[in-house]
Design a binder for this molecule. Sequence first.
Ligand code: 5RP
Length: 220
Amino acid sequence: MTQDEMKNDVAKAALMYVVPNTIIGVGTGSTANFFIDALATMKDQIVGAVASSLATQERLEGHNIPVFDLNDVETMSVYIDGADESDVELNLIKGGGGALTREKIVAAVAQQFVCIADESKLVNVMGEFPLPVEVIPMSVNYVKREITNNIGGTPVLREGFVTDNGNLILDVKSLKITDPKALETELNNIVGVVTNGLFANRSADVLLLGTQQGVKTITL
Ligand code: 5RP
């Protein structure tokens, strides 16, 4: 089975977490795109969706799925999104596609967070995937120095990339993340950081993992 086939399998498996007659949150990336395409087959059963990026909004609208502004929505039954890494406690690294801030906001509002990923994303210790940090443009060099001097790892500016919020991304390489909650909080306390791609203080509730043996469901 290819990686895309595993992504497609978990995307379809996630449909059983979609609660009929509610608004759901939809993530960003190639796995989320498989999910959006699968969601289109049951679009008449939901009220609509909140998108975690402009790209996701476009894809949802392409399927004629109603897209709601988060400010017009009080709650969502579920948020379904991919990840760049997950550990066994369902802490995640996200933001490979640069949508981490909107993803974190939508995840915070949803009642349940279902992460969909292929088996390559499950790791023992997170950090091999560079940790994305969204920063206000004028603070890039200050935040770089703070990370290098006080936290560790090597922050590298993502060249030629601007987020949907008009900000920049530092990808922090060579981290060994042994305390994801503490690192998430510490990074967010640096002035100029909008948020970082660690989803540990609000981790996933369910991980659907696409494997060669089929879809595995991991919960805490
Ligand atoms: C985008 C994300 C994605 O969920 C993450 O990058 C995984 O992407 P893919 O499903 O393409 O492997 O966080 O900001």
